[in-house]
Design a protein. Structure first.
Length: 256
């Protein structure tokens, strides 16, 4: 079985592919990168399935030839305006007993059931535990084996419409690729920053793509807020172009 992992980021007008491999320290390093213009996809949405499928099949064959690898699985990074961020706080009465993992699982499952029920047309991409409280005192980590009366957990759920997910699975499935995970780009950017600057725990990231903009907030190294806006640098470009006498190339250099 190949050790290579294939990752693709689907954006407005192109798809970025990265082939990764684990090094001796078990860290993934990129051994090959390719950017292909996409066809049949705009703003992350599939408009022409057949056209998009043919282009992806061609691109995958190029990657497989260059890396001498047959890929069976892929992880997809998305940045779609339909992504939803939901924050929930749950609790469980302990009555003096010690905290066990099943207590945390109970709170998490209750919150998960609530999100699934209220967002029937969505599927959950990420479940993030941001804050633990035992008897109203914040804990830096899960307070396992500590006695208390009330355990509270703050959670963040990142979701995407089921139709979007099914379309992505069908599209890459047409290239005989099974999707391992679908991941939010904002989450990936945050994790990347945390890995590079381990002392940084609280921060926010503003990201502008061509058709989508996002603001994500991280607290104690966990994403707690993700706001997505259906406009990006293309909208900014058009506004500046209407208001200023700058040349198109100069505007692109300013906002790229």
């Amino acid at each position: 079985m190949s050790d290579e992992k294939l990752i693709a980021e689907v954006s407005h007008d192109h798809i970025k592919y990265a082939v990764c491999r684990q090094d001796k320290k078990l860290n993934y390093v990129i051994i090959n990168k390719k950017i292909f213009e996409n066809e049949g996809i705009k703003k992350g949405k599939i408009l022409d399935f057949d056209l998009a499928s043919k282009k992806i099949n061609t691109d995958i064959k190029i990657l497989e030839k260059e890396t001498d690898t047959i890929f069976k699985n892929i992880s997809i990074v998305v940045n779609e305006p339909e992504i939803t961020c939901t924050n929930i706080s749950g609790f469980k009465k302990l009555n003096g007993s010690k905290v066990e993992k099943r207590d945390l699982d109970f709170i998490l499952n209750e919150a998960k059931s609530s999100v699934i029920k209220s967002q029937e047309k969505n599927s959950i991409l990420h479940i993030l535990n941001s804050n633990f409280f035992l008897d109203k005192i914040k804990k830096n980590k899960m307070p396992i084996d500590i006695h208390g009366d009330r355990l509270s957990l703050h959670m963040t759920f990142i979701s995407l419409p089921k139709n979007n997910i099914n379309n992505i699975r069908s599209l890459f499935g047409s290239a005989d690729l099974k999707i391992d995970r679908i991941i939010s780009k904002s989450f990936v950017c945050g994790i990347d920053l945390l890995n590079k600057k381990k002392e940084t725990q609280n921060f926010f990231i503003i990201n502008f793509d061509k058709e989508v903009s996002t603001i994500s907030v991280f607290e104690d190294a966990s994403m707690i807020i993700l706001n997505t806006f259906p406009f990006g640098t293309n909208s900014i470009f058009r506004d500046i172009n209407q208001l200023c006498s700058m040349k198109r190339k100069e505007i692109r250099n300013v906002i790229k």
